[in-house]
Write a protein that binds this ligand. Structure first.
Ligand SMILES: [Zn+2]
Length: 90
């Protein structure tokens, strides 16, 4: 039996999974941890929102090189504000 992942390892794997698909056994272990750990589940939601915002800005820049990426779209601002409020951080 493999040992339980700790939160530090989970945060590393979540970040890594944004760039590289994880092996199924690691995804399973990660999923098990996320079912039991609210903090890591919240971290996962946060990095997914941030990734989506960054990718949206990159896409906007690709379409319109003059696009002001320093300014978030109102929809992106609302998503971030809502997420932070749900985490008790705002
Ligand atoms: Zn955790």
């Amino acid at each position: 039996m493999t040992e339980m992942l700790n939160c530090q390892k989970v945060s590393f794997l979540l970040s890594q999974s944004l760039d590289t698909p994880l092996p199924w056994i690691m995804r399973a272990r990660l999923g098990l941890h996320l079912l039991m750990c609210r903090r890591c589940a919240a971290f996962r939601r946060q990095i997914l929102v941030l990734t989506s915002v960054v990718r949206g800005a990159a896409a906007a820049l690709a379409v319109d090189p003059g696009h002001d990426t320093a300014a978030l779209s109102p929809a992106a601002r609302a998503r971030i504000k809502e997420l932070l409020a749900s985490q008790g951080a705002a």
